[in-house]
Design a protein around this ligand. Structure first.
Ligand code: NAD
Ligand code: MG
Length: 299
């Protein structure tokens, strides 16, 4: 079956969403968005903001690129300022800041290693200094290092994957919660890997499963304060994580194994984050939204 080629954009500027990709690999993680070909699509011009996040401040980890960049842009369209936490991808971060500022909102760049125990304190201090409040926390930073077997996963890899993918979520959330008020929201990026699993991502899938359980338990704990906690589980999405972690050959057909026979683009995730961050999601807590081209239907 041929994939249906989707289009996005306006009638005057209509572009095709790519189905296959030129082979490419980046020898570093985090990967760099500006080095990707084609560039990921992080903004849908047909998405018009209506002030759903007016006067809100969002902390977005991994906000420089990929899914995080699309979230920052959609949040800006809805009126939110953002704090973008990332490891060291300066050029990507500056491009995201520019995109946010073009939409009339502010963006603070914080290159901070989330593996550092003091990272959470620094992020909060800088956020409060710049914006005076925190309303939305998007825990979204992540790494993945595919290996052919469990024996190949070293202690060092295991520690890095757990440290970035779940321990940093835990530490930052613990530090942010005292500043949140009724109506505020926490959103955690998990993965289809928490549900479908993959033989090459055993440690990564384990952290993503932990994020789902973290989300549910915390949602119970914070419901009485009016703070909602949810997760998004993306399927294969065209972001720097892909060429940075898979071989050049593998990325060519990213997403071909989904029922929709293509990968998703970052802009296709953003509206789900807006839903969970805004009043539109006021009766949703402890849940995971699956944005995965139907992948878990077949797994
Ligand atoms: P991405 O590379 O654009 O984003 C990951 C971000 O994590 C990077 O920008 C990087 O700055 C940040 N990061 C990594 N290590 C860090 C550290 N030590 N300190 C601070 N920041 C650090 O790729 P993405 O695909 O947009 O990833 C965002 C989230 O989506 C991740 O949690 C990933 O696991 C999840 N996800 C992605 C896919 C996909 O197909 N792309 C699928 C499911 C889940
Ligand atoms: Mg990045």
């Amino acid at each position: 079956m041929q994939p249906i080629i989707p289009y996005y954009g306006s009638v005057t500027k209509c572009e095709e969403v790519p189905i296959t990709f030129p082979p490419q690999h980046q020898n570093r993680q985090p990967g760099l968005e500006y080095m990707m070909n084609p560039l990921p699509i992080y903004d849908n011009p047909n998405y018009i903001g209506t002030g759903k996040l007016k006067h809100k401040t969002a902390i977005i980890t991994g906000g420089d690129s990929g899914i995080g960049r699309a979230i920052a842009v959609a949040f800006a369209k809805e009126g939110a300022n953002s704090v973008l936490v990332y490891l060291n991808e300066e050029q990507d971060a500056r491009a995201t800041k520019e995109a946010v500022e073009k939409l009339g909102r502010k963006s603070l760049l914080l290159p901070i290693d989330l593996r550092e125990k003091k990272a959470a304190e620094q992020i909060i201090a800088q956020t409060l200094k710049a914006f005076g409040s925190i309303n939305i926390l998007v825990n979204n930073a992540g790494v993945q290092f595919p290996q052919p077997s469990i024996e190949k996963i070293t202690d060092q890899q295991l520690e890095t994957t757990f440290d970035v993918n779940i321990q940093s979520f835990f530490r930052l959330t613990r530090a942010v919660v005292p500043y949140l008020r009724s109506g505020d929201s926490i959103i955690n990026t998990t993965s289809v890997q928490a549900y479908a699993g993959s033989g090459q991502l055993i440690d990564y899938a384990s952290t993503k499963g932990a994020i789902v359980s973290f989300t549910r338990a915390l949602a119970h704990n914070l419901a009485g304060k009016g703070i909602r906690v949810n997760a998004i589980a993306p399927g294969p999405i065209w972001t720097p994580l892909q060429p940075a972690s898979w071989s050049a050959e593998t990325v060519k057909t990213l997403g071909a194994n989904t029922p929709m026979k293509r990968s998703g683009q970052p802009y296709e995730l953003a509206p789900a984050y807006v839903l969970l961050a805004s009043e539109d999601g006021s009766y949703i807590t402890g849940q995971t939204i699956h944005v995965n081209g139907g992948q878990t239907m077949t797994s």
